[in-house]
Design a protein around this ligand. Structure first.
Ligand code: SF4
Length: 457
């Protein structure tokens, strides 16, 4: 509430300033200049009125040029053209994320008729006896004609669970991003929605269901796997000797594994598949089921890694860094392969020391030989997410960095900054082991070339 007030006040002052000083600006010019004043004021931690110097240019073109240089100093210094994104605002108290009082405890649980007698519905009934249960013909039927309530509804999504029988959407190829080098990953489409709150999460913009969806018929996914794998389009997409496949695209793979038990049939099934490596991706330390299973060398557990200060500010309710690394150590001892995703990597004052610290902590606990792959990817997101992040997390600092429209029209750090970050991370990682299987996630070919990074699969 306090931060929301501070940011709306900052915005109001920027609007008043431009309204008084440049009353002839039309709507679009006004929006761009107000946006620049607001962002400079926030980034430099000064009042909006202090942004404009006494001798500031009065013509729109020169004023914007001055403000862009100040807002994006590193991008402006480069030779390429600076593609900024300067939208209006959606600051609204209703959009702000409020602290969650306790662990995940849905108040309403909708069960599709076909999932009525499933083990998963039974597990939810046992875990949440006070929730209100309703049976629905199908989720599609439930949603028909219902208007999604946007961010305020997204903020309340953990109050509602849908237990469904998935019939169509079992697997797909990772869509990657236009003009990037794809890594040939396949998505096992298990669950939609997440109990965590990462400030950068694309689900904030992508979700259109007022709750979290849990499939109850995992056996159907497993039945369909052989036919998916044999599709010519699946085979041609694969890179290297193994088909890489995993959950964790539309949810966190292990966030509620103690409740859903999803890992049990998955490990039992994929540990018997030849030519396939299955990956669970998580920010949790929910590994007890895994420790009781035999992965037979075919299962990889992956953690996303970031400095603790980034986790504290941007990955709410997730396990902290030392819990993630300790969980990794324990699953490695139980025979699992490991993967780590330095993704998203953030650019901020002191980033080198912070990421060096993460890498040192990683190798103080983990034998590099157990690592199946490490991906690197700097922060990026669709422009439409910018206003959502700003309105849900008004205190965020991630938008204060220089994020400009990149090669795929997503907001990204400029290429020279990304290159510097990747070079640093690769060098630091390789100090600990020369032959780590590293790859860039959603990055353009020119950066791969510049970094002389061989494709690891
Ligand atoms: S853990 Fe992943 S899916 Fe969950 S909120 Fe964070 S980014 Fe989104």
């Amino acid at each position: 509430m306090r931060v929301y007030k501070r940011e709306t006040e900052r915005l109001k002052r920027a609007e008043n300033l431009i309204g008084e000083k440049f009353p002839r600006f039309g709507v679009n010019k006004n929006r761009e200049i107000v946006r620049l004043i607001y962002e400079i004021s926030k980034r430099e931690d000064i009042p909006s009125e202090a942004v404009l110097p006494a001798d500031c240019p009065l013509a729109f073109g020169r004023l914007k040029e001055y403000l862009l240089k100040r807002r994006f100093p590193e991008s402006s210094a480069g030779s390429g053209s600076l593609r900024s994104y300067l939208p209006g605002f959606s600051l609204d108290l209703e959009n702000c994320l409020q602290p969650r009082p306790g662990p995940f405890r849905p108040r309403r649980i909708f069960v599709e008729e076909s999932a009525r007698n499933s083990d998963l519905a039974g597990a939810f009934r046992a875990a949440f006896p006070r929730a209100e249960y309703s049976e629905i013909p199908t989720l599609k039927h439930f949603l028909a004609g219902r208007k999604y309530g946007g961010i305020p509804e997204y903020n309340k999504r953990t109050e509602t669970a849908f237990i469904v029988s998935e019939e169509f959407d079992f697997f797909k190829r990772c869509p990657c991003t236009p003009r990037a080098v794809p890594c040939g990953y396949h998505i096992f489409n298990l669950s939609f929605g997440c109990i965590y709150e990462c400030a950068y999460c694309y689900l904030q913009e992508y979700a259109n269901v007022p709750g979290i969806i849990f499939p109850a018929n995992i056996e159907k996914f497993l039945e369909r796997f052989a036919s998916y794998r044999n599709l010519p389009s699946s085979r041609s997409f694969q890179r290297g000797p193994f088909l890489r496949l995993g959950t964790g695209e539309f949810s966190d793979s292990l966030m509620l594994d103690d409740l859903t038990g999803y890992s049990i049939p998955l490990v039992e099934f994929f540990s018997r598949q030849d030519g396939v490596i299955f990956e669970f991706k998580t920010k949790s330390a929910n590994i007890e089921n895994l420790l009781r299973l035999d992965p037979a060398g075919k299962i990889v557990i992956a953690w996303s890694l970031n400095p603790q200060k980034i986790i504290d500010d941007n990955e709410l309710y997730t396990a902290n860094l030392s819990e993630r690394l300790d969980a990794a150590r324990r699953v490695a001892e139980a025979g699992y392969g490991l993967a780590f995703h330095f993704d998203p990597v953030f650019y901020f004052r002191g980033w080198e020391d912070e990421y060096r610290g993460v890498i040192e902590s990683l190798f103080s606990l983990i034998d590099p030989e157990r690592i199946a792959w490490i991906s690197l990817g700097t922060l990026r997101f669709k422009p439409s997410l910018k206003k959502i992040i700003e309105s849900r997390f008004p205190a965020n600092q991630i938008l204060d960095a220089e994020m400009v429209l990149g090669y795929d029209n997503k907001l990204r750090y400029p290429a020279p900054i990304r290159s510097r970050i990747y070079r640093f991370l690769i060098d630091e990682l390789e100090k600990h082991h020369r032959a780590l299987p590293l790859y860039l996630c959603m990055e353009e070919r020119s950066l791969w070339r510049e970094l002389k990074l061989p494709f690891p699969f």
